[in-house]
Design a protein around this ligand. Structure first.
Ligand code: UDP
Ligand code: GLC
Length: 410
């Protein structure tokens, strides 16, 4: 009989559908369906993730930060955090209680790391932190970096990093906790179902934004992701100036309080020179269908991307993808082999790369798309990724971290 996997208390600071939360959701669902895992998810906010998990039969509990804590931003200082330490302690106590019948506490976000690490200490449970972020000054203030790294070093038994790049950034910031790299995993069937009906989805999406089915003269570039200055949607809009006739669809929204940036994008797009060629599609739950309408999917982060789910999703959708050449994106895309890369923040370079993709001979384009699809299947299959996480958890729970660390050193 296959032993049941360790019981995990997953902890996330938000219930919005960011990449880290979608990764957690996929993992929890596979653990339940394929491994009969009896997990519990604790969220520190209400939101759409809560309903998705509950409707899939996952034991889900929500404990809210108070108003003062919720206003703490990722780039805020240590002092603001200390100001809310009472809340953090209260939450840690609640999480420790929820963890009483669990084997391991698994914070999935930075704020959850602080609460989860304290909860682990209070409950006497091992803590495994899933690192989805680049711990660098581009993404965090110094004081927050110190707080996170020191918390991980002292109270976390193991770090699961979402890429080599995020693992390297953790080490460079002083992180000493043993680590394993686990990329995000994806279900191929979801994307296959949509690419088999490519023409239908393509027509539907192009119709919905008023574009004729014929691409000639009006190809569509698509960018998927939440609006945030570092995600670089402004670079894609800027690139459009050098691409007459090309349309751009932005799929996503300001999920974590980046309303000012969204207004900036809307203002940029209103420039008469862009002739209403930028389309704002909002946050959508039909990404695999939408991808089918893209003549090219662009990832345009201006800071190194920790991983970049949208890049793999484009590969599985059999669409050509251009990614910003930094961070985790470079672990996924090899320029002109299974995709294309562009210099982060360089709109003219991005425009050139988009033109290159459009001008590629069909056979060459298809060869790159096929290589992309195959590499995504080989490296980012959901069940294989979850199995690696499960194995890491088993070793940590049974006190064999040294075995896991040796794997990392190899
Ligand atoms: N996404 C979505 N709806 C949208 C825009 C994005 O479901 O309208 C999903 C997208 O398919 C991807 C995730 O959000 O799975 C974004 O993850 P990624 O790693 O690319 O970036 P993050 O936002 O986590 O930094
Ligand atoms: C974070 C990162 C993103 C990554 C996702 C899943 O949200 O910003 O790069 O793909 O987590 O690990």
């Amino acid at each position: 009989m296959i032993p049941l996997p360790p019981k995990v208390l997953f902890l996330d600071q938000t219930a919005q559908l960011g990449g880290a939360e979608l990764c957690l959701k996929d993992m929890v669902l596979v653990r339940k369906d394929a491994y009969q895992a009896a997990d519990r998810v604790v969220l520190l906010q209400h939101g759409p993730l809560e309903d998705l998990l509950r409707s899939a039969g996952i034991d889900t509990v929500v404990y809210g930060f108070s108003k003062s804590s919720q206003s703490i931003r990722k780039d805020g200082g240590l002092l603001k955090k200390v100001g809310s330490s009472f809340d953090v302690l209260q939450l840690a106590r609640a999480v420790a209680r929820e963890a009483a019948d669990m084997d391991v506490i698994y914070p999935n976000t930075p704020k959850a790391l602080i609460v989860g690490a304290m909860a682990g200490w209070l409950a006497g449970k091992p803590v495994v932190y899933h690192l989805h972020d680049m711990l660098t000054v581009e993404h965090f203030s110094w004081s927050n970096l110190v707080l996170m790294v020191q918390t991980a070093n002292r109270l976390v038994r193991h770090v699961i990093a979402n890429s080599q790049s995020s693992a390297d950034a953790f080490r460079a910031a002083g992180g000493t906790t043993p680590m394993t790299i686990c990329y995000n995993g994806f279900r191929r069937d979801v994307f296959d179902d949509h690419s088999h009906n490519h023409s239908m989805h393509r027509k539907m999406i192009r119709d919905s934004i008023g574009l004729p089915i014929q691409t000639t003269g009006q190809p569509l570039v698509m960018v998927f992701g939440r609006y945030a200055p570092w995600k670089g949607q402004h670079v894609a809009i800027e690139a459009l100036r050098n691409l007459p006739g090309v349309h751009l669809a932005l799929v996503g929204d300001a999920l974590f309080g980046e309303g000012d940036y969204k207004s900036q994008l809307i203002t940029m797009a209103a420039d008469p020179k862009l002739q209403s060629r930028v389309h704002f599609l909002g946050f959508r739950d039909d990404v695999p269908a939408l991808m089918q309408a893209a003549d090219v999917v662009v990832h345009c982060s201006v800071a190194p991307e920790p991983f970049g789910r949208v890049i793999v999703e484009a590969m599985l959708s059999k669409r050509p993808v251009i990614a910003s050449s930094a961070g985790g994106a470079l672990e996924i895309v090899q320029d002109r082999v299974n995709g294309f890369t562009a210099t982060p923040g360089d709109a003219p370079d991005l425009a050139n790369r988009i033109r290159e993709v459009f001008e590629l001979p069909v056979a060459h384009r298809e060869q790159i798309i096929a290589a992309a699809y195959q590499s995504a299947l080989d490296r980012f299959e959901l069940k294989a990724v979850v199995e690696k996480v499960n194995e890491t958890l088993r070793l940590v729970v049974s006190g064999q971290e040294s075995v896991v660390s040796r794997q990392w050193e190899d």
